[in-house]
Design a protein around this ligand. Sequence first.
Ligand code: GRF
Length: 208
Amino acid sequence: MKRIGVLVSGSGTNLQAIIDQVASGFIGAEIGVVVSNKPGVYSLARAQAAGIRTRVIDHRLYARAQDFSQSILTVMKEEQIDLICLAGFLRIIDPLLIEAYPNGILNIHPSLLPAFGGKGMYGHHVHEAVIASGVKYSGATVHLVTPETDVGPIVAQGITAVADTDTPETLAAKVLQIEHQLYPRAIKLLIENGLEIDGLRVREKITK
Ligand code: GRF
């Protein structure tokens, strides 16, 4: 069975969705480890409640970003992780980790990429920018992680309308609901079906 490692920084509602869909059997894999770059976050409690091993790798203890990513890589190898999922993980990971997991790292982003992505576009900043831009739809994107932020091949997207009355908070809540459905589906696709990656296009493998 494939083993998933999840990287988190916060409350971990996406982590919870993944835990629940592994427990239900929807995702045919096991979660080997949850790693947080911050001590004390609620994600760690969620993992512990589900009996999943946790590690804290505090980025503040590393002078160089590479060494932080190297520590994550060491844990992923120790835990024999096949697929890494970033779930509300707020640090940029170094190419050394990305190269060690070719097409093996997923991220979820709370907008319809390639719009509203890139440096500084996280959390409420995304939803504020979406509302200020006047777009009528937003959503969530699960993509493969490449060295440039938020531009990797897109595995799955889900959309929601931006209502005239939406605030960044109400839009964030709607997008989060989508994320909880989308992320487990994308993980299942990648782990169980395998995907064909052709430049930026990701296609489901056709099995006969
Ligand atoms: C989500 O909106 C995710 O897209 C973004 O950070 C948020 C994390 O929420 N990257 P949670 O920690 O999974 O509740």
